[in-house]
Design a protein around this ligand. Structure first.
Ligand code: ADP
Ligand code: MG
Length: 570
């Protein structure tokens, strides 16, 4: 028969799938459409997990969250032009956050795009993606798929991780190759994120500065969580006796309840420390750029910084001891360098911190126990805090303004990489994509604590949660609006104020529309019961938590970033 004489064939579709699988990339987050609809089907046929979303931005956020959780690039798959642009927001966000991700997008015919002759969804996607990500590549020939995907993987995870764009024109997919030649063209990337060993002299310099400190402080950022060097980090902290802070997505690297955690005395330690060691945390706006009144007297501190990116050093202020390398290698070298006669920090300093912690924790306790109606943020978060305390291995997703700022402080985390949130940009809309990735990648129950405004950016993905029957419990802190639900239109017209939503909306009914469980709650006790039940059952659930519309503050904790007008004030 003909089959016996003709060589077996493969094509672009299958080579892309085989190249991803060969590199252990077996989950795709995307939205189907021309020209990648069949690709998605074939990927599913070939045993990949293909999670189809309702909008590309959320597929992209899911891919970037997967990258953060697994240290492998999360894969997002989009259609050309508009779908690509929707995914691009997430790719730029991933790059900003140092999360490895690959946005694979189908694109239109090069010949027509380059002559601008008006193709279906015509756009020069590669050129547009390039400034918004770490690297961008296009593959034109089937025989280059292996090397193209290898390049994309390496670019995403090596050095400082980030987003990579991979452009696959429609014509690539049906290109045919002989099976055997195709197989040989694939590349299994060896050591995609090579260790970067710090110079011994840099470690010595850093330890020297630490040793002379009277009021030392370590700050862990999400780079430290990403590095998966949990054991060395814990040993270093405990052997050195240093007090520490954890940035939002680093929370749980060590339990927030650890005796050396200075989380509840944050302002005190930032202001008074004399030596600060940053580990996978940048001195960007989230740390007031290392200066200003939250950091005490100007020039009163020395900074040590451990980071994989050499250019990060001195980006905002002087770093007296830069340590460049991967956090695993750096922390193991720092731990080794502590030696046997390491002196723990002076009692004065640790006693000051502990006194402040006790005072602040005491002040907060009463507010968290309040079982009032309507709920305020503290009462509601007190209930969710208990849920996570009882389920320390659950995943927590968190976004909003007040809902974010207060939950970050109130909900203690106990294990590394359990918290996903708005990250470096403080972007709204990451919630449902992150929750879906958290469920898919970890298999653990997920609690997504969402402001009603933040949820609006991604709410349609509750259908995706129901469709894949994911163990996600979404809690909407519903205060009828952005920041608050009480603003009135200053012009007196009949339009509602710009920051106000439909009053008393029932988001729980959205979940019911897709077969999930919807619950409306008005007290912290009801909230606790509904969420506990959802986390135990693993059924897709949405809890509409009615919060006092007057409870929020403008822009949460970052109201100072709002520019103020000095004219026209009446
Ligand atoms: P946070 O917002 O939690 O303070 P940032 O995103 O500002 O954290 O900082 C993370 C830092 O971690 C980045 O500067 C990045 O270069 C660094 N980083 C990421 N992964 C690693 C790694 N494996 N080793 C060393 N540094 C890393
Ligand atoms: Mg709100």
């Amino acid at each position: 028969s003909r089959a016996e004489v003709e060589p077996e064939l493969t094509d672009g579709f299958h080579l892309v799938i085989d190249a991803l699988k060969l590199n252990g990339l077996t989950t795709i987050y995307g939205v189907p459409g021309i020209p990648i609809t069949d690709f998605g089907r074939m990927a599913q046929t070939e045993g990949m997990r293909v999670i189809s979303f309702r909008h590309e931005q959320h597929a992209g956020y899911a891919a970037s969250a997967a990258g953060f959780l697994t240290k492998k690039p999360g894969i997002c798959l989009t259609v050309s032009a508009p779908g690509f642009l929707n995914g691009l927001t997430a790719l730029a966000n991933a790059t900003t956050n140092c999360f490895p991700m690959i946005l694979i997008s189908g694109s239109s015919e090069r010949e027509i795009v380059d002559l601008q002759q008006g193709d279906y969804e015509e756009m020069d996607q590669l050129a547009i993606a390039k400034p918004l990500c770490k690297a961008a590549f296009r593959i034109l020939h089937a025989e280059d798929i292996g090397i193209g995907i290898a390049r994309a993987i390496r670019a995403a995870v090596s050095g400082r991780p980030g987003g990579v764009y991979l452009d696959l024109p429609a014509k690539l997919f049906p290109q045919v190759m002989e099976m055997e030649a195709g197989r040989k063209s694939l590349v299994k990337v060896i050591d995609p994120a090579p260790a970067q060993i710090p110079a011994p002299s840099a470690i010595e310099r850093a330890l020297d500065v630490l040793k002379k400190a009277e009021r030392p402080l370590v700050i862990f950022g999400k780079g430290a969580a990403y590095a998966q060097a949990d054991e060395d980090i814990r040993s270093f902290v405990e052997k050195s006796g240093l007090p520490f802070l954890q940035m939002s997505m680093a929370k749980g690297l060590l339990p927030d309840t650890h005796p050396q955690s200075a989380g509840a005395a944050r302002s005190t330690v930032l202001k008074n420390a004399d030596v600060v060691m940053l580990v996978g945390a940048r001195l960007n706006w989230l740390l007031s750029h290392g200066k200003g009144k939250s950091w005490g007297e100007p020039g009163s501190k020395k900074f040590i910084q451990i980071d994989i990116e050499p250019k990060e050093m001195d980006s905002n202020i002087e770093i007296v001891a830069p340590v460049v390398g991967d956090i695993g290698s750096c922390m193991s070298a720092m731990l080794g360098g502590l030696g046997d006669n390491w002196k723990k920090p002076p009692d004065d300093w640790t006693n000051t911190i502990n006194a402040k912690k006790e005072e602040n924790i005491g002040k907060m306790a009463g507010r968290l126990k309040k079982n009032s109606t309507p709920m305020d943020f503290h009462g509601a978060l007190g209930a969710l805090r208990r849920v996570i305390k009882e389920r320390p291995d659950a995943m927590l997703v968190n976004e909003g303004a007040n809902t974010l700022d207060l939950a970050r402080g109130i909900i203690d985390m106990y294990q590394p990489r359990k918290r996903l949130d708005v990250g470096t940009w403080g972007v709204m809309g990451i919630g449902m994509g992150s929750a879906i990735a958290a469920a898919v990648e970890t298999g653990k129950p997920v609690l997504a604590v969402e402001g009603d405004s933040a949820f609006g950016f991604c709410g349609m993905e509750v259908e995706t949660i129901c469709r894949y029957n994911l163990p996600v419990c979404v809690v909407i802190f519903n205060n009828n609006g952005i920041y608050r639900g009480t603003d009135t239109n200053p012009s007196g017209s009949s339009d509602v104020a710009t920051t106000v939503f439909v009053q008393n909306a029932r988001y729980d009914r959205m979940m019911e529309a897709f077969g999930g469980t919807g619950v409306n709650v008005t007290t912290p006790d009801e909230l606790y019961s509904a969420v506990s039940e959802a986390m135990t059952s693993g059924k897709p659930t949405l809890v509409n938590a009615v919060i006092d519309p007057a409870a929020g503050t403008e822009s949460g904790r970052i109201g100072n970033l709002n520019p103020q007008s000095t004219v026209g004030k009446k």
